[in-house]
Design a protein around this ligand. Structure first.
Ligand SMILES: [Mn+2]
Length: 338
């Protein structure tokens, strides 16, 4: 944040406000961690803050402090619309375009609140009164830590806030290994541990909570993996039938896409997951190096994200979707193989 933004935000927060805090649809660890951390912080500062998620979030995040008070827009429609309409400030975290909140977009567009965006994805929209956008940041959680610091309040960070921020940084950096992990990220994490973040426990609660059916679904996904050596690319598909067969629950396919990248030489990994209810294939793209999956997803699959991690979707059936995907690869051969 620059000096003007910091002063403007300090001014907005100088008196008690009604505040809504919103993560993107299908919130992940960073989205839930950052919104909860900010909510705890603002509440401690005397504001009336609520987290409103566009839809439900995975079970492995439900242990987080405050998670049981997160409103689900789909489930508490009337109540949440009222909170949004009456809010004086709305923080949008870990996304930068109303296209990422699904059905909630209309309520946000009609809100009279001032908007504060905190986000690390590329190409932010310009809806916010204060836009704190930095694509070099490891996570929105690291940015929330910075924001609290800009407000001069690092000493307000308690164990709950530290646990929330730690979770988002850990999940968004693939446990501190992705390129956006800086020495400063580690300094932040060190400070969070000093403030009570339970690193070992968080890791176990996120990663060591597999159900047998999830591991069997992973087995199915890995069996379905197709490797296109010519393009250093690997892709996985999962149909609704397969998901149902392995009693799929929200969050079960989290991280599956990354297995492709663990293969030697593979630089581009993709997973296509059917959602019959929405009539789409949800697609996740991952890459290593300079190949921008953000651009690939934006140009071909109605999506976007970061250089090395992005999402998209297809409304065609599996065969057409895969054929289309494979037909695109030759034009990227140079970028994928040089
Ligand atoms: Mn994030």
């Amino acid at each position: 944040m620059n000096f003007e933004q910091i002063e403007a935000l300090k001014q907005l927060l100088s008196t008690s406000k009604r505040i809504a805090i919103v993560p993107h649809k299908n919130p992940d660890g960073d989205a839930i961690g950052s919104t909860l951390a900010l909510c705890h912080y603002l509440t401690k500062k005397g504001h009336h803050a609520h987290v409103i998620a566009p839809n439900d979030f995975p079970k492995f995040l439900k242990w987080m402090p405050g998670a049981n008070r997160v409103f689900n827009f789909e489930r508490h429609n009337t109540e949440t619309k009222k909170i949004i309409a009456e809010a004086e400030l709305i923080f949008t975290l870990d996304f930068n375009d109303f296209g990422r909140v699904g059905q909630m977009a209309e309520s946000l567009e009609n809100a009279s609140a001032k908007y504060i965006m905190v986000d690390h994805h590329q190409q932010p929209s310009d809806y916010a009164d204060i836009t704190y956008s930095d694509v070099l940041m490891s996570s929105t959680c690291e940015m929330v830590y910075n924001l609290i610091g800009y407000m001069g309040d690092l000493d307000v960070i308690d164990e709950d806030i530290a646990n929330c921020i730690y979770t988002g940084i850990m999940t968004d950096t693939g446990s501190f290994k992705f390129k956006a992990t800086t020495s400063q990220t580690h300094r932040v994490v060190a400070d969070l541990m000093d403030k009570g973040a339970n690193n070992t426990e968080i890791h176990e609660r996120i990663y060591d909570t597999n159900s047998p059916s999830r591991l069997h679904l992973l087995g199915c996904a890995l069996k379905n993996m197709v490797i296109l050596e010519e393009f250093n690319t690997a892709y996985i598909s999962l149909t609704q039938e397969e998901l149902d067969h392995y009693s799929y629950e929200k969050g079960d396919t989290e991280g599956f896409v990354n297995y492709g990248l663990t293969l030697d030489k593979i630089r581009f990994a993709v997973i296509f997951i059917e959602n019959k209810e929405e009539g789409i294939f949800k697609i996740s793209f991952r890459s290593v190096g300079n190949f921008s999956v953000n651009e690939f997803a934006r140009n071909h699959f109605h999506g976007g994200g970061h250089t090395n991690a992005a999402g998209g979707r297809s409304e065609s059936n599996l065969e057409e979707t895969i054929n289309h995907f494979v037909s695109l690869l030759p034009q990227y051969k140079k970028a994928l193989t040089e």
